[in-house]
Design a protein around this ligand. Structure first.
Ligand code: BG6
Length: 514
């Protein structure tokens, strides 16, 4: 039983496939796109007849290109598999706005397809279907020019065309709409795959299964039982090396408007009619439409400063960041979903760089137990840990084991690394590229979803900028600015569990007191 097309849908079909990676000499391609493609190749999940063409401005020999695209492969990757993968890869250098360069690319694609076709005799060929995937691992400043070139000089109306693009999709509602219009003028919506790589993460993909394949979650998934929800993203490093880029965006645009809001929409949506991508995306969009724009008073902003001992720099110590920057590197915001299921339940999203740990967690806190048998109980929580180690746990109250009749906080714990010994979770990019190969849009952002996401955040972003709201300082490696722990309690009614409780196996004697 699987949802979407199943793992090997793409590989099963002998579709003649060309993947063009634009920006092939850049960081994203090197760190994410090529390792993901290689992973699929190793798992035999690329269609048998696949050609991968890297395209970028840099002039490079085939050798230099091979070194570059394999630089993020694992040292343990078998040499013969790497060599096999490189055999299906090649590199074409060209500018992003020159017709002849793109015509050369089209000729290269045609030549390759011809050669791949010849290799497979007519009887053995299972399909005459052809797919062109254009993966734009590029900054948004060249999206439209490259899109236009593809459309004018490479696009082939006789085959299936898919265009993959990466955030940022605009800067606010207005700029995003302009970009959507420009791209929408070139390609149909069902040809566009907007990546939000959080949608490819194991635990995020698991939310649908948990919610709609288990009777007991969905039964309590309403304001009648849930008090508040927190979705938290923490990174233990600053903007090292990306300060200049980051300063134009800030943490709200970088992580919240996309990754965290996407996760929220899956946690909050109603059950879709089917697992078809448009049904899922309809339900996500529907819930986004009911989210009210965020108010400044429902927001806590911070910016990190260097450590007192000088071992870690502050955000503004980065030479590429203006010395008077007020760009937030930390934020908490309270969102409200104004529908019958969620009215009155605050959703806190939190994100920060240069914090005390790396973590992405969805924490659903239930309401107080509505009976007086045991007074002053701590609250149940369902905690989905997306990273670093995937887990689902439910904070559950038990009788303290042994002769004691006290109550203790414990947990039902599904830690993936304990439960699945041979677990190998693929990188989000591998699962998303597999979806593109399968033509499955479920885990990609539709243009109306994007529009709603910007509608929710744009007034706040504009207010922060026009009123020049100064973020609170916090030390690199700390938990965040002053008020970070109190905010969810004060603004969303979150009741913290007693400090003695720790989520790790404990002896009975040290079971978490209530
Ligand atoms: C990116 C942000 O989209 O996501 C980065 O631009 C952030 O700032 C990254 O570091 C986090 O992704 P992951 O997969 O490492 O959690």
């Amino acid at each position: 039983m699987s949802f979407s097309g199943g793992l090997d849908e793409a590989a099963k079909h002998d579709v003649l496939t060309t993947i063009v990676v634009f920006g092939a000499s850049g960081d994203l391609a090197k760190k994410k796109t090529y390792p993901a493609l290689f992973h699929l190749f190793q798992q035999k999940l690329l269609p048998k007849r696949t050609r991968i063409i890297g395209y970028a401005r840099t002039q490079m020999t085939a050798d230099d290109f091979s070194k570059r695209v394999t630089s993020f492969f694992k040292p343990s990757d078998p040499a013969d598999e790497v060599a096999g993968f490189l055999e299906i890869c090649e590199y074409v250098s060209g500018k992003y706005d020159v017709d002849e360069d793109f015509q050369r690319l089209r000729e290269e694609i045609d030549t390759n397809e011809h050669a791949m076709n010849k290799r497979e005799s007519d009887e053995r060929r299972e399909s005459d279907e052809r797919v062109h995937i254009y993966y734009l691992a590029l900054p948004p400043s060249v999206f439209v020019s490259v899109g236009t070139q593809i459309k004018n000089n490479v696009y082939d109306g006789t085959c299936t065309n898919r265009v993959v693009i990466e955030k940022p999709f605009g800067h606010d509602l207005d700029s995003s709409r302009k970009l959507s219009q420009a791209i929408g003028g070139l390609f149909a919506e069902d040809e566009i795959y907007r990546i939000d790589h959080y949608l490819g993460k194991e635990m995020v993909k698991n939310i649908l299964a948990l919610r709609f394949a288990n009777v007991f979650y969905e039964a309590v998934w309403t304001r009648h039982y849930i008090s508040n929800v927190q979705i938290t993203f923490k990174e233990p490093f600053g903007t090292e090396g990306r300060g200049g880029y980051f300063d134009e965006f800030g943490i709200i645009r970088d992580v919240m408007q996309n990754h965290l809001l996407q996760v929220l929409s899956i946690v909050a949506m109603r059950q879709p009619k089917s697992l078809r991508s448009e049904d899922i995306r309809d339900c996500k969009t529907e819930v986004l439409r009911r989210i009210l724009p965020i108010q400044l008073e429902d927001t806590l902003l911070g910016q990190y400063v260097g450590t007192r001992d000088g071992s870690k720099p502050g955000y503004k110590d980065d030479d590429t960041v203006p010395k008077d920057s007020i760009t937030p590197t930390y934020a908490q915001c309270v969102l409200h979903v104004d529908n019958d299921r969620w009215r009155g339940v605050p959703w806190v999203i939190k994100a920060g760089k240069a914090l005390d740990e790396a973590k992405m967690v969805i924490r659903i806190q239930f309401k107080d137990m509505p009976n007086a048998l045991f007074p002053n109980l701590a609250r149940n929580e369902l905690v989905l840990q997306v990273s670093p180690k995937e887990s689902v746990s439910i904070k559950t109250i038990v009788k303290e084991p042994g002769l004691s009749t006290n109550l203790a906080m414990s947990e039902l714990d599904l830690s993936y690394h304990k439960r699945y010994q041979d677990l190998k979770i693929p990188d989000a990019y591998a699962t998303l590229i597999l979806d593109v190969l399968n033509g499955d849009h479920s885990n990609f952002v539709r243009s109306d979803e994007l529009d709603e996401a910007w509608r929710i955040f744009t007034p706040l972003l504009h207010q922060i900028e026009t009123e020049q709201i100064v973020p609170l300082p916090y030390e690199y490696g700390s938990r965040g600015p002053k008020g970070v722990d109190e905010f969810p309690t004060e603004r969303a009614g979150y009741k913290p569990t007693a400090k003695e409780y720790h989520w790790e196996p404990k002896s009975a004697a040290s079971a978490g007191k209530l």
